[in-house]
Design a protein around this ligand. Sequence first.
Ligand code: PMP
Length: 385
Amino acid sequence: MKRKLLMIPGPIEFDAEVMEAMSIPTPSHVAPNFIELFGNTLEMMKKVWMCPSGQPFVVAGTGTLAMDIAGSNLIEPGDHALVVSTGYFGQRYAELLKRYGANVTLLTAPIGDIVPIHKVEEALKKKKYKLMTFTHVDTSTAVLNDPKPFGELGRKYDVLTILDGVCSVAGEEIQQEAWGIDVVLTASQKAIGVPPGLALMVVSQKALSVWKNRKTPVGNYYADWENWLPIMEAYMQRKPSYFGTPAVNLILALEKSLQLILEEGMEQRIERHRKVGHAFREGLKSLGLGTIPVNNDVAANTLSAPYFPENIPGAAIISGIVDEGVIVAGGLLPEIRTQYFRVGHMGMTSQKEVVITLKAIEASLIKQGCEIEKEACLKTAMETL
Ligand code: PMP
């Protein structure tokens, strides 16, 4: 049977060259060739994150582990943390930080919107926080935050900033160093374009010095930078080292994917995501589907979250889309889980995938009796592109 197109917000469709790079017999993690390749990979991460003085980390695990690593290394019991939430993953960060003894203040945006930056500043004025977390693109709502003012506030109030970029790194614009964000974390399976299994982050020197000056040990043995920092430094110096066996084949894939990303060029890549995101949203609009983000300024370019039309069972629409050869994801935010679905359009997504996916959604809606002008959505999307 023909393989269906995977248009969920991660894992995504991966480049054939990336899949090829990882499908070689596994080398030793201390083989000279692999050491060189891992070193290159870490150097390239600094370019993709735009953080030349940052320290990259690559650890086997998922995006949640990346959140856990940043949280456990920077929080000591009793520290105050501000979590700015635009959906499911903000809530997750609040829970995670509490495990490490943080006093968490949670600012939650109305569904589909962001927390206005003046509200964030008001909170920062009221209490001395050690760190603040926010989500670049919350994958449960497709809401996009602008990281720049968070970086500015972090500097102004001397608060560390952690950006959950799991659904944004290499898809939405991030200038970590220029914007003064202390940790930008992500996972391999989204816009980075590598199968699931790698937790990735770049950490500022400031955050590392806060960690170095901890009074208590890190409450998570595996995540402790004490274990991982010497390993990352060794690979960057092209020296062998060991703490936990690296996910060798995934790192081979990561090296290839970062090469492809940098060959495309960061500006061009972000612009392509902007165009694809915009075209997809316009296409959805012409199908009569509203989306969760309240306006275009807060709408992600890496995924869309359209509401189902009223009075039509969502499950039927999703299975109709699958019948057309495209896999999309269901809702995730508990409050509205059954009312919407999600479509990823990041990584290698181009005009072709936009067209195939909109066509599949159109066919499924028509099957459910929606009155839609055939192919109007494609015309709208193409005009936008
Ligand atoms: N944060 C965001 C914004 C995400 O989208 C996800 C995954 N969808 C995560 C964190 C958690 O990543 P993982 O599923 O790889 O643990």
